[in-house]
Structures are given as structure tokens and as C-alpha cells.
Design a protein around this ligand. Structure first.
Ligand SMILES: Nc1ncnc2c1ncn2[C@@H]1O[C@H](COP(=O)(O)OP(=O)(O)OP(=O)(O)O)[C@@H](O)[C@H]1O
Ligand SMILES: [Mg+2]
Length: 272
């Protein structure tokens, strides 16, 4: 691990000053064996911002999200979420890995929605949603259930409270998965191709829920091939290729007048 990275606006090695970006990546590196998958990612995402990440298969998009959420440990650089260094604390010039409890606490402020919805098949929509709040946040069951019902209403599924995942369409399951993430009251939501496993006619309902979320000011990092969503809902778009952010800027500019040839070629390929 690189330890000599003075982060922007840091109050100490492990904490950023108030007002710092909600997510800050500095020279983030990750390799699997000899394969370098993230080759120095620098990125700042402000509170309330929606950042869309696009890029070809294998470019490291999922790995980057998984590093933010500590499903993977970074091998170099530094990551900060909500002003706090992710996964490590610095003592002198050395980084020490956080213990499981501290990592679990950090992960609690981050929700992640995957391509596959990962709902528990033996639990109803409501039961899926209250699992985390009751088990982890220790919310009283009645209160968690009431909140789950409100969240189901928010994602347009008020009538599916007691349905099991097998009784729901893919789009409905994904909306339950989003409600389940929201139930944990995250400060940051990560989406990894949330609509790419869906039949085309079910994509719009999920994107609509995500758009509503964005309008409430939720901070979101969304890996997606839905360029329309990226243009309309994303504030900025990052194009990743071969473990690097090749180009990053306002959605409209990146999607309509990319400067880099690689970005242009990718966007053209996705559109066709
Ligand atoms: N656990 C792992 N072990 C070894 N290699 C991995 C692992 N996870 C990812 N990789 C490799 O890292 C690279 C980046 O993978 P990643 O899943 O981040 O790409 P991606 O941009 O999300 O691609 P896609 O668009 O196909 O989802 C790939 O070459 C992949 O094979
Ligand atoms: Mg991926």
C-alpha cells in the first residue's frame, strides 16, 4: 500500500475535512495476481451527485465499485467515503487493516444494487427489506415493517408486500432490491448494471425508480450501459478502459462530444 498520499483537505491521514467529497479515490490500485485491474483511479464524487460509469467489459468498473464497498481490498492508493479512510488506518507511515467490526460499520453507510437482485428466495418482499434494519440496525420489527411498506410504495410495489421473489418479475425484484438498500438508510448507493439482466420492457420501471432517487438528492455511482439514463440523470459520466478513467466530465459533454477516441468508439458501439 502507498502511504504517502496526502489527501485533499485532510485533517489527518484517515479523515477528510468537513465539506470534502463523499467519495474520494486517490490513485486507487487493485490487482488480481499479476493482472493489474485498477491502475490508479482518481475520482471525487460530491454529496448528492449521480456519477455514471461506462466502459467495455473487463475495464474494472465492478472491481472499482467493489473496492468502494470493501468487497475487495485495494492494493495501493487511498479511498475515502463520508470523510473516512476505507479499510485501513494509518499509524505513522504504516497502514493497518481495519478489523471486521470497523469494516462492517463503514460498509453500513453504503448500499449496493447488483445486476442479479440477490433477494432471499424464502422471504417475502417485506421480509427481505426488514432483514437488515432488524438484524443489523436493531430496529424494532414493527417499525421496520412500517418503513418497508413505505419503501415498497415508493418503488411502486405497495401491492407486492407479501410476494416472494419467485412471484415477482425481474423489474419488480430489482425494485425490491433497491427498497432493501434504502431501508439501511445509506449515504451512498452503488449500482452495478442494475438493468442489464432485465428483459427490455422491464428496464424503464427500474430506471424510473433510480431517477426518483436521484431527484431526492441521493449520492449514486451507477455502472450502466443505459446512455439515455446517464445523459438525463447522471450529472457526470466517467469512461473507464483498461483499469483507468480515460475521460470524465459533464454527462452531456462526454456522451455527445467525447474528446478521446476510445470514448467515442465505445459510445458508438453501445448505440448500435
Ligand atoms: N476475483 C477476481 N479474480 C481474478 N480476476 C478478476 C476477479 N474479479 C475481476 N477480475 C478481472 O478483473 C478485470 C476487471 O473485471 P471487472 O469485473 O471489474 O470488469 P467490468 O468493467 O465490471 O466488466 P463487465 O462490463 O463485463 O462487468 C477482468 O479482467 C476480470 O477478469
Ligand atoms: Mg462488471
Amino acid at each position: 500500500m502507498e502511504t504517502s498520499l496526502p489527501p485533499v483537505g485532510a485533517v489527518d491521514a484517515d479523515h477528510l475535512a468537513p465539506g470534502a467529497p463523499l467519495v474520494l479515490a486517490r490513485n486507487v490500485q487493485k490487482h488480481f495476481g499479476a493482472v493489474k485491474v485498477l491502475k490508479g483511479i482518481d475520482l471525487a464524487v460530491q454529496k448528492g451527485e449521480v456519477l455514471c460509469i461506462i466502459g467495455p467489459s473487463g475495464s474494472g468498473k465492478s472491481t472499482f465499485l467493489r473496492c468502494i464497498n470493501q468487497l475487495e481490498r485495494i492494493d495501493g492508493g487511498a479511498l475515502f467515503v463520508s470523510g473516512e479512510r476505507v479499510g485501513f488506518r494509518q499509524v505513522g507511515n504504516q497502514l493497518h487493516e481495519l478489523d471486521d467490526k470497523a469494516i462492517a460499520r463503514q460498509r453500513r453507510s453504503i448500499g449496493m444494487v447488483f445486476q442479479r437482485f440477490n433477494l432471499f428466495p424464502h422471504l417475502t418482499a417485506t421480509q427481505n427489506i426488514i432483514e437488515g434494519p432488524v438484524q443489523v440496525l436493531k430496529q424494532p420489527a414493527a417499525q421496520a415493517r412500517e418503513r418497508a411498506h413505505a419503501l415498497l410504495e415508493r418503488v411502486g410495489l405497495a401491492d407486492k408486500r407479501d410476494a416472494y421473489p419467485s412471484q415477482l418479475s425481474g423489474g419488480q425484484q430489482q425494485r425490491v432490491a433497491i427498497a432493501r438498500s434504502l431501508a439501511m438508510q445509506p449515504e451512498l448507493l452503488l449500482f452495478d448494471e442494475p438493468t442489464s439482466a432485465l428483459d427490455p420492457e422491464l428496464v424503464a420501471e427500474v430506471l424510473l425508480v433510480m431517477r426518483d432517487l436521484a431527484l431526492t438528492g441521493m449520492t449514486m455511482i451507477v455502472v450502466t450501459h443505459e446512455l439515455g439514463f446517464a445523459r438525463d440523470v447522471g450529472h457526470r459520466v466517467a469512461f473507464m478502459d483498461q483499469g483507468q478513467i480515460v475521460e470524465l466530465g459533464p454527462s452531456q459533454a462526454i456522451l455527445t462530444e467525447p474528446k478521446e477516441a476510445r470514448t467515442r468508439a465505445f459510445i458508438k458501439a453501445v448505440r448500435h
